[in-house]
Design a protein around this ligand. Structure first.
Ligand code: SP5
Ligand code: ZN
Length: 371
């Protein structure tokens, strides 16, 4: 399988994030992508290439121009405003209740992006756990190029290709970054595919977290079906979207399917959800599926609470391949670093119909029971 990778992700050099007001070791770190790259290289069946530049137009087709401009200057503003921090995190967010009783028209008029960078980060951000540093913008732009180059390979005839995107994307909405995500790589690709082919597109999101950004971007669109398997937002980030009764509106009515799972979800639970998701995609038109691939569903993931093992990723990849559609597979989350490489190998080999055997040199594979 073709893999697109860029070392520009290294510029998004993160070691600390905040969790509920306290600094903790970062989860979304450069080592993640390097682990996956190393494992796919050792496998021998993956061919790497560099992304090509796709410019800003496919980004602003999906994101507010103001978000792009903010992310571009955010770090230089931190410096210019002499904010003594190692990374940017917001001061104040415009909570909906701040405007209770004020008409939507008035809110539109009154609420503006402020000048202070702590306020700007609140205006454009979802949460305080998505650190932004000097190289974040360049890395996020590179991740978009990785995703679009992966798409090009598939539009050029590859049956499946994998974009090793970092930072990830699925929490980023039209006008918002957050959840370690800055630009929504999968949404940018899905939108670009609809324009390139005139076909409908499905997005299958198998990250542990609900892809609130992707859901938001396509909520009213009839040409992109979003199907997501994730932790119930009752207990997990992003908390305020991702419930089973969210199905889209207008032309997008019925095009959004959320499959929330309980804490401790097993391989068997996950495969049952996978079958539902695959069925929902098979029921719609289109020849290409964009996969938002996360490994934070893994049993040992530090921020997830599912119980999946490496073997199930091979089987999930295989079941998705039974759709017989072309696959643009893009990396999202997954934070248990020792297993990332093997889990990625297992999934991608499954999607190609290849067998999976643990690589002894990986030093890590946990095998479980796949029904
Ligand atoms: C792309 C992606 O996977 N983003 C995830 C963003 C999650 N941000 C919130 C992290 C909350 C960590 N909760 C720790 C609970 C430990 N028991
Ligand atoms: Zn996640």
């Amino acid at each position: 399988m073709q893999v697109v990778y860029s070392s520009r992700h290294l510029a998004h050099d993160i070691d600390t994030e905040t969790f509920m007001g306290v600094g903790v070791p970062a989860n979304e770190v450069a080592e993640r992508a390097e682990r996956i790259r190393t494992a796919l290289t050792a496998d021998g069946e993956f061919a790497f290439s560099e992304p090509t530049e796709h410019g800003e137009a496919p980004i602003t087709a999906v994101h507010d121009e103001g978000l792009v401009r903010f992310l571009e200057v955010a770090w230089s503003e931190v410096r210019a405003q002499a904010i003594p921090r190692a990374f940017l995190s917001a001061d104040t967010y415009p909570n909906l209740a701040m405007f209770e009783g004020i008409s939507p028209d008035a809110v539109q008029r009154l609420v503006r992006e402020p000048g202070h960078v702590g306020g700007r980060a609140g205006y454009w951000g979802l949460d305080s756990a998505a650190p932004l540093v000097a190289g974040t913008y360049d890395a996020a732009r590179a991740a978009v190029d990785v995703a679009l180059t992966t798409m090009d390979l598939v539009l050029g005839g590859e049956r499946a290709a994998y974009g090793l995107c970092r930072p990830p994307g699925h929490h980023a909405a039209r006008s918002m970054y957050g959840g370690y995500c800055f630009f929504n790589n999968a949404a940018i690709v899905a939108d670009a595919i609809t324009r390139a082919t005139g076909e409908r597109v499905a997005i299958l999101d198998v990250d542990y977290h609900h892809g609130n950004g992707t859901q938001q971007i396509f909520w009213r669109r009839g040409d992109v079906r979003y199907v997501s398997i994730h932790a119930d937002p009752e207990r997990a980030y992003p908390y305020f979207l991702g419930r089973a009764d969210e199905s889209g509106e207008g032309e997008g009515s019925g095009e959004n399917l959320n499959i929330p799972l309980r804490a401790g979800a097993t391989n068997a639970d996950y495969l049952e959800a996978t079958d539902r998701a695959v069925e929902a995609i098979a029921a719609g038109p289109g020849s290409i599926v964009v996969v938002s691939l996360g490994f934070d569903t893994y049993g040992l993931d530090p921020i997830g609470d599912f119980a999946l093992t490496t073997d199930v990723y091979h089987e999930v990849g295989h079941r998705i391949a039974t759709l017989d559609r072309r696959l643009v597979i893009l990396q999202e989350g997954g934070y248990h670093r020792p297993s990332l490489g093997e889990n990625a190998r297992a999934w991608l080999r499954g999607a190609e119909g290849r067998a999976f055997d643990p690589l002894p040199s990986s030093g890590f594979t946990e095998r479980g029971t796949v029904a």
